[in-house]
Write a protein that binds this ligand. Sequence first.
Ligand SMILES: [Zn+2]
Length: 221
Amino acid sequence: MTDIKVFITTSEASCGECGEDLGRRAWITLVEDKGALCLSCADLDHLVFLPSGDAALTRRSRKHSTLAAVVLKWSPARKRYERQGLLVEAEALERAEQECLADSEARARRRERDAVRRAELDRQYVKQFAERVRQLYPRCPLGREVAVAEHACFKYSGRVGRSAAAKNLDEQAIQLAIIAHVRHTETPYDALLASDYDRGDARAQVEGAVARVLAQWQAPE
Ligand SMILES: [Zn+2]
């Protein structure tokens, strides 16, 4: 890979070969003996400029380009040459753009597949969780087991890995989920919180009611 350097001049420049006055901010290469050369004389004027910024596009363009040049500009503030981008063959840039596009499409498709998979895992999790609730609380009103499971699923989603959440189907997790559900739906707990009750006090206040409801739901039919 040829690593030609092209400089953007800061002062007046003229081409050492064709003699053309290039003015300021000309794009030149430096050649031994001749000094500055215009891109036309350096046979680089067929290349297209790709500004820095897109790492993948740059890497791929460079890979596909037989001839490439790094474009550098002097930074007076930093006192060093700074990379502005790359000169590459038009076909190389086009090919690189197509690859990047294909990549982003592949990524989009992957995201879609992941979303479907997550939804499926959620569905399975809710189903299993609901079944366990129904087993442990056979007399809980119809549909409540799904409400509890969906809430638990929502609570765990994003926070812990789905596999970890799935393992959480133990009795204690079910217990906590159903206590929270009963507290909110079968007792004045939310109303207490709304009227500025301390959480601990509110929980203590409804503890008995929660236990009574759970005992009813737990009783074998
Ligand atoms: Zn020239």
